[in-house]
Design a protein around this ligand. Sequence first.
Ligand code: ZN
Length: 496
Amino acid sequence: MRLRTLLGETADLEKAGAVLGWDQQTYMPPDAAGSRSAQMVTLATLAYDRFVNDEVGQLLERLSHDVEALPYDSFARSLIRVTRRKYQRERKLSRDLVGKLAEATTLGHHGWLQAREQNRFEVFCPYLERIVDLVVQKAEALGYPECRYDALLDEFEPEMRTSRVEALFSQLKEALVPLVQAIRPQVAQVDDSFLHRHFDEKKQWDFGLAVLQAMGFDFRRGRMDSTVHPFTTAFSPTDVRITTHVVPDNLASCLFSVVHEGGHALYEQGIPLEFERTPLGEAPSFGVHESQSRLWENLVGRSRPFWRHFLPVAQSFFPAELRGVDLEAMYRAVNRVEPSLIRTDADEVTYNLHIFVRFDLERQLVDGKLAVKDLPEAWNALMQDYLGVVPRNPREGVLQDVHWSDGSIGYFPSYTLGNLLAVQFFDQARKECPGLEDEMAAGRFGTLKKWLNERIHALGGKYTPAELVSRVTGTELQAEPYIRYIRSKYGEIYGL
Ligand code: ZN
């Protein structure tokens, strides 16, 4: 039908932009930023034109009556429902604003890289000022129920409200802040020094590939490349790209980013091909997507069963470096808790505190309560409040994350929501698949992957995040299961 053609062409243009974006973050030479920005603007505005026009609006209007009698989760009715939501949102944005955002964020990414290289926030400041200004314009154009941040949050977490995030976060703060304080004097109880010996980069890469293979990543429909800030992008379920970075004196860094991005990749590879080139070919939210990466990274990758199988494998890659390390030592080392500066390297207990910092700052930025130039100072103050550590320079502080340079303001809460969902989903998988952890200890992840494929990935974007969580777990998104999990796991490790 005509609508499918238009949606397919829109998706093709978006995916072509994604290929350029992937290239920009992997292999593009630095001086190409200006030309790439022009190419991205052209693709973004063409995609906008293809989708945001009266013809699509009229087709959606007409077809929504035609599909009314079909089951709620049928392909056709889901497609119209989800596409209408996207359409109603995007038509509020002008073509001019979409183009300006594409330009500012492509240049902003380049500015961020330069600022990181020079370790100077002032280099990034004018780019970010421009981006914040445009993002505020976007929020105003979209409108919001309670506060400006709602409009931005909605892009990443459909139907989520800032007030609900605040309530969940304050519940988490109440549990996590005292826990971090209790662990603090005990930090030295757990030794992870052997993870910081020198690990050959090529062998780390190959070890990562071996783990990815065991997880069930399909290398005929994806590949792994190197980048500054690891991410996953998919051009189709048949072409899923993960990226990682190898740090010679940190075995955990590359490994866990591979497992993390692998979790994202299994999601993308698990989306049915029939959903491709439609809005149903996407996860319901970034938090739901993140639940998959965090589930693999933490509930699987930082578990005893995982290391029962993978410790001997790691030792076969690094016989000298890991000689004499036993299962308990490895389990404790990969779960060492220590307030630190870099979010992506943070342990499970302190991780969410990094998100609270960004959530607080983002709301102040979009509400005009904080000027971009004052960000480094505000960042450092909040790091002191939540984590008790202060960055010595912008690279290990305010310049560490790529998100703001990409205009992704409103994204960070998805990480914590993903952490909560990861625990809820994993609890459910364990309930429904007895023997799951025994299989994991034998290096077999097929049952878990199949469960995730069937219960979550195969549904694509048919449901809202709230509908999906309720379908899979029978309850809503909650903080309690996560708090229980963290307390029990780290209570045992630190003898609290
Ligand atoms: Zn992720």
